[in-house]
Design a protein around this ligand. Sequence first.
Ligand code: ADP
Length: 248
Amino acid sequence: VEDELMRAQRLESLALLAAGLGHDLRNILQPLLIVPDLIRDRSVDPKITRLADVIAECGRRGHEMVDSMLSFVRGSSQRSERIVLQRLFQAVGMLLKSSLPRDVELHLEVSDDRMTVDANYTELQQVLLNLALNAIQAMPDGGKLSLVAEHCRDAQGDEQVRIRVSDEGIGMDEVTLQRLFSPFFTTKPKGTGLGLVSCHRIVDSIGGRIEVSSVLDRGTTFDLLLPLQMAASIEDTAPVPSTIRPGR
Ligand code: ADP
């Protein structure tokens, strides 16, 4: 209980800090939304316009991050949609491949392509990326990173999906395991100690939970247990184009 209280208090201060920071960041990012258009208007050089696109994209992403940080602080949850896990895994795979060290092998598996989860897409993707990047950083000498989504049941027998992110990395000692989800707790020289706090918050908001097990020098497993929605078939997960039948 005391731990929970400490956690709540830390989150409270974090929220205050984030609110102030978010406000300032919005102002600082403002030029990134305007300047690229000015550059495009004044230049026909394709190299320059491409650079303007890059800046515009950074501005857009920066604003999105600030917005989601501010809505986190205000406690309002992001727009939720039905996410097909198969597609989410494909996207995560694409994003990871670009930053995958040569000696890290990536394994992605979704046991059933009808499995869907109701959540905000960007947020759930962020959770998987955070866990995967932590796993990669835990394997300086390489190893296997695997993300597997499977059916399971909770204690009440309700259907759930379990997304298991496991690595063969350095593992964690008791102290780390206990403080893992505390804001600003990090063992990395350049860590923020906020990745897992935000994973926890996002998974909480969709009614799921996170379980961790780890063995020093052997590896770590994070289990995300999320409420499952099943689509009758993969077609149900995409809007079906309506056909107009000619009348008789
Ligand atoms: P950061 O990555 O910035 O340190 P996180 O909140 O994501 O912040 O992680 C907190 C700490 O948890 C890390 O510094 C690390 O000590 C530990 N940790 C998280 N994931 C793993 C993992 N897969 N293997 C070993 N340690 C981990």
